[in-house]
Design a protein around this ligand. Structure first.
Ligand SMILES: Cc1cc2nc3c(=O)[nH]c(=O)nc-3n(C[C@H](O)[C@H](O)[C@H](O)COP(=O)(O)O)c2cc1C
Length: 173
């Protein structure tokens, strides 16, 4: 079975989480990991799609928040196309492809709002089957690093998703 993990990142924290999730999925899935700038707009050859990005302004990033990260917070660069824009460009898969979402967020203070929740709503609208509830991973400050244990948690979550998605595939969902 084939899985696609799509991530957006400014400082690299979300990419690290994406790669740990992919590690957890391997064994059950052949996994492609792609950033939101290069990910394909047609994903119906995949059995599972996992999408994640940083939370900006209580939701998915926007061009303005990405630019703010560079001009006001010293980020080296920001992607032109984040997951918000990738989801807009995404072709509805035409069948209920299994999916879930994740995000990264500041650890303290814990703020309301989540990129993962917003992305999940978009995937549902497009007809994806959300097989596992979205998950958040936490960073210190805005630029990270991830708090201790998050990459282990991400890898374990990858294994949990694999289990749920293959149960769906086998009609057990
Ligand atoms: C402009 C901007 C707005 C942000 N807004 C939020 C927010 O509303 N809630 C939150 O938890 N974190 C917020 N953050 C922190 C990001 O979630 C954090 O930078 C991100 O998780 C780091 O991941 P990355 O290295 O993959 O970019 C914001 C960061 C920036 C730059």
């Amino acid at each position: 079975m084939q899985a696609l993990v799509v991530y957006e990142t400014i400082w690299g924290n979300t990419e690290q989480v994406a790669r740990a999730i992919a590690t957890g999925l391997r064994g059950t899935f052949n996994v492609d990991v792609m950033d939101s700038e290069t990910a394909p707009n047609v994903v119906n050859t995949y059995d599972l799609v996992v999408v994640g990005g940083p939370t900006h302004g209580f939701s998915m990033t926007r061009a303005s928040t990405r630019e703010g990260a560079v001009t006001e917070r010293g980020a080296p660069q920001a992607p032109e196309r984040g997951i918000r824009e990738w989801l807009v460009a995404l072709t509805p898969p035409g069948r209920a492809v299994a999916a879930t979402t994740f995000d990264t967020r500041v650890n303290a203070p814990r703020l309301p709002g989540s990129a993962a929740k917003a992305a999940k709503r978009e995937l549902k609208e497009l007809g994806f089957d959300i097989v596992v509830k979205q998950k958040s991973f936490h960073v210190h400050g805005y630029e990270g690093p991830l708090i201790d244990g998050e990459l282990d948690r991400a890898e374990q979550w990858g294994r949990d998703i694999a289990k749920a998605a293959s149960a769906t595939e086998n009609g057990l969902h």
